[in-house]
Design a protein around this ligand. Structure first.
Ligand SMILES: C[S@@+](CC[C@H](N)C(=O)[O-])C[C@H]1O[C@@H](n2cnc3c(N)ncnc32)[C@H](O)[C@@H]1O
Length: 347
């Protein structure tokens, strides 16, 4: 079973959530995790790291045993449950996206992106005629962006790109209904790195591209390739991402493990805190999405990792390398959450 997940990204295990075996924290227990001491945090990272060493030696019993003794940091508690009940598969994107958009972090993220995008569009006096949304997902963010864009110009062209065809179709239906003035909605069902971007011929000056929480799925060379091609079709691109350091070579495994530990621990806490997310959804999202992702990143080789979140300087190095002029907007919503940034690339 573990061999399968370690070596084959496409044949990922069987899906069955064991809801009963999880506790969701009550309000009182949250504070315990927020007040944790640095020393406890370091100790728990050490257990987390040893756990993955045991997994790499295919010694799952030992991995569970290590985590059993380490309960201060919530990520270790959930990882232990995940290993004990190990018969999961990665869910469709859809349920996870639906839950993500209800979390505190996502709500703050959407408000931040809109704030930056709207301000820049006004400051630079841009009247967008074509909007390209890469990694549209459930269209929750797109809806907020369109309410503003269509107030500037009603009959915009919309190009929606996503690797998930169901999400694309559902989002198109929602947007069609809510914004009947939109001139056309073109769907591109493909991975952005496989699209002939040059074929999207519009006026560069009036084409605005939004890529929120999607380009972290690309490896460094793909980030460069895609962002370089986008420069040919648009003079205003907004890229929004959470900060982490998962785009590291395999030899930097301990650094990668620390980055994964901090990133997912913060997102798990945020999920537990999110009042709009039901108990069942919390369990689904933490186990089937967050813990699965961290497990996947740390048990696969570089080219098969599930995501490649990178640092602010990692993104900025790519833009500098491609000679893009850009401005960076960075915020921290909570101490335990990763930094969040929106870059405005302009030319
Ligand atoms: C985390 S969601 C973000 C959705 C939306 N942009 C937002 O900010 O709420 C990522 C979306 O990107 C899509 N996606 C992931 N990798 C992709 C790729 N390489 N090319 C195109 N779409 C991709 C997923 O299917 C998913 O709908």
């Amino acid at each position: 079973m573990f061999q399968e997940i370690i070596t084959d990204k496409n044949s990922l295990l069987i899906k069955e959530l064991k809801l009963k075996s999880f506790d969701v924290f009550t309000n009182e227990t949250y504070s315990k995790y927020l007040d944790r001491l640095d020393a406890e945090y370091d100790k728990d990272f050490s257990s987390f790291f040893q756990c993955f060493q045991s997994i790499s030696e295919k010694n799952i019993v030992k991995a569970i045993d290590i985590l059993e003794k380490s309960k201060n940091i919530c990520i270790n508690k959930y990882l232990r449950k995940f290993l004990e009940d190990f018969n999961y598969t990665f869910a469709d994107t859809k349920p996870s996206i639906d839950i993500w958009s209800k979390t505190n972090a996502a709500k703050k993220e959407y408000a931040f992106i809109c704030d930056v995008v709207f301000r820049r569009i006004i400051d630079y006096d841009i009247i967008p005629e074509t909007i390209i949304d890469i990694g549209t997902g459930d269209g929750f963010l797109l809806d907020k962006l369109l309410s503003f864009f269509t107030s500037l110009k009603k009959n915009v062209n919309l190009i929606l790109i996503d690797k998930d065809v169901n999400l694309l179709n559902e989002t198109k239906t929602k947007i069609n209904k809510k914004y009947p003035s939109i001139k056309s909605i073109q769907l591109i069902h493909n991975k952005i790195e496989n699209i002939d971007i040059a074929s999207l011929k519009f006026n560069r000056k009036t084409t605005v591209i939004n890529a929120a929480s999607v380009l972290h799925e690309l490896q460094l060379h793909e980030k460069k390739q895609v962002i370089s091609q986008l420069k040919d079709i648009s003079s205003n691109i907004f890229i929004s991402e959470l900060e982490s350091n998962h785009d590291l070579p395999d030899v930097q495994y301990s650094k990668l493990a620390y980055s994964v530990f901090k990133f997912y621990d913060g997102l798990i806490l945020d999920t537990l805190y999110s009042a709009n997310v039901s108990k069942v959804e919390k369990i689904e999202f933490i186990n089937n999405y967050l813990i699965f992702e961290l497990f996947h990143i740390l048990t696969n080789k570089y080219e098969n990792r599930i995501n490649y979140h990178t640092t602010q300087s990692g993104w900025e190095n790519v833009f500098n390398y491609l000679k893009w002029d850009f401005d960076s907007y960075v915020t921290k919503f909570e101490d335990y959450l990763p930094n969040f940034f929106t870059f405005h690339l302009k030319s």
